[in-house]
Design a protein around this ligand. Structure first.
Ligand code: ZN
Length: 411
């Protein structure tokens, strides 16, 4: 009999084959040729497990195991199967394979669930193709719909709706993909940690209690260009010097806010960007995350005030936009407790933790109770070809997930 670990390995190795960049990590864009290959494989494996397979209007795949009482709401378990360019084989697929393995265990043990169970394989989560992260789960939960799918475009200027149509799906019927919250009992996801905490603590699983709130700011400073040799220091309006004053103070604002609040300036554009020209315009991004909404809002307000103060003092214009703000998401405490009990019963080393990255779970939390399990990432690495989690470690996460699913579907 095939073990859980070898099943997980077989699925993940097979899915890793469906990449546009063989030998250089997983590159699987939604609605691409590799998406089609992974899709066909997942449908085939779901069918082999005796699941009833369907695809919704935008291409999410569902495999349903009927419950003894089919009218009861379903427990949904899964994750996404798109990737970033040159990403890894685990971010996303690990959660879908978890769903498949939970069903395989139910079959092996001849269990008959009272509630229906659905394995879901979601399209577009990364936001690489159309610049909108968590796109599929946002459609499913009704946060965005047909209009946005026509507006969102990839780098070639082709809309998400057009890419869907070419792959045989229909953005104009996106409303049909929206789930009725009354028909969903819970959403469960297993994901790689994408950070170093579990590995360094030598722990098996992390049980997520909160997903951080995230905000992004885009700050533009406008000074005056001038010759680097002929403009005296006291007659300059140097946008980059002003930006560096602001940026250098951001880390201590995040630290002072507490609750492991973090802030990162990851992108900086300097104009005209010449070695002998005083920078006239600088635009930079600030990514701020916290599990505490108050701390998050406080840091945002402080960065705005700091920008105002520093730019006014330097005689420089400033403009701030906030393209993203998502509140912290508390996951369901009963499911969290259930997962802790099962991890503890199995004598696993586990911790309750905060997710610093966004996941589909946080979107599903708007319509149903949710649970999220992390497994260790080697060297904390993710979105990289060397992303890795031992198959046996994923199987330990599945152990907890399987017992949790059994409790929820009552079998
Ligand atoms: Zn992911």
């Amino acid at each position: 009999m095939e073990t859980s670990t070898s099943r997980i390995q077989r699925h993940l190795e097979q899915l890793a084959e469906y990449t546009a960049t063989p030998g250089q990590g997983t590159t699987r864009m939604s609605y691409s040729e590799q998406d089609k290959q992974a899709r066909d494989y997942l449908k085939q494996e779901m069918t082999a497990l005796g699941l009833h397979v369907r695809e919704d209007a935008i291409g999410n795949i569902y495999g349903r195991l009927e419950g003894q009482q089919p009218d009861l709401p379903a427990v949904i378990i899964g994750s996404h199967f798109d990737s970033v360019p040159h990403g890894g084989a685990f971010d996303g697929p690990a959660g879908i394979v978890t769903g498949l393995d939970v069903v395989a265990r139910i079959r092996e043990q001849n269990l008959t669930p009272k509630y229906p169970l659905e394995v879901i394989a979601l399209v577009e989560e990364e936001g690489t193709s159309f610049g909108r992260g968590l796109m599929a789960s946002s459609v499913i939960t009704g946060l965005i719909g047909t209009k946005e799918l026509h507006q969102l475009k990839d780098r070639q200027g082709v809309s998400a709706a057009e890419r869907m149509a070419a792959a045989g799906f229909n953005a104009d019927k996106a409303s049909e993909a929206v789930l009725d919250p009354k028909k969903v009992k819970a959403f469960l996801e297993l994901h790689i940690e994408q950070g170093p905490v579990l590995e360094q603590a030598n722990e098996d699983v992390g049980i997520v209690e909160t997903i951080v709130g995230i905000s992004q700011l885009e700050i533009k400073l406008t000074g005056k260009a001038g010759h680097a040799g002929t403009t005296p220091m006291n007659m300059r309006a140097d946008a980059l010097v002003c930006a560096s004053r602001i940026i250098s103070q951001i880390p201590k604002l995040a630290e002072a806010a507490g609750d492991n609040t973090v802030a990162t300036v990851g992108r900086l554009a300097v104009l005209p960007n010449g070695a002998n020209v005083i920078p006239s315009e600088v635009t930079f991004s600030v990514d701020i995350r916290s599990k505490n909404d108050e701390a998050l809002r406080k840091v945002i307000a402080q960065i705005m005030a700091l920008t105002e103060q520093e730019s006014t003092e330097a005689g420089i214009g400033s403009d701030i936009i906030q393209p993203l703000y998502v509140q912290p998401t508390e996951l369901n405490s009963e499911i969290h407790t259930l997962m802790q009990e099962h991890a503890s019963a199995q004598k696993l080393r586990f911790r309750s933790m905060v997710s610093g990255a966004g996941h589909d779970t946080m979107i599903f939390a708007q319509i149903t109770q949710t649970g999220l399990i992390f497994v260790p990432s080697r060297n904390g690495l993710s979105h990289h070809p060397d992303e890795w989690t031992d198959y046996a470690q994923i199987a330990r996460g599945v152990d907890v997930m399987f017992e949790t699913v059994k409790s929820l579907i009552e079998c």
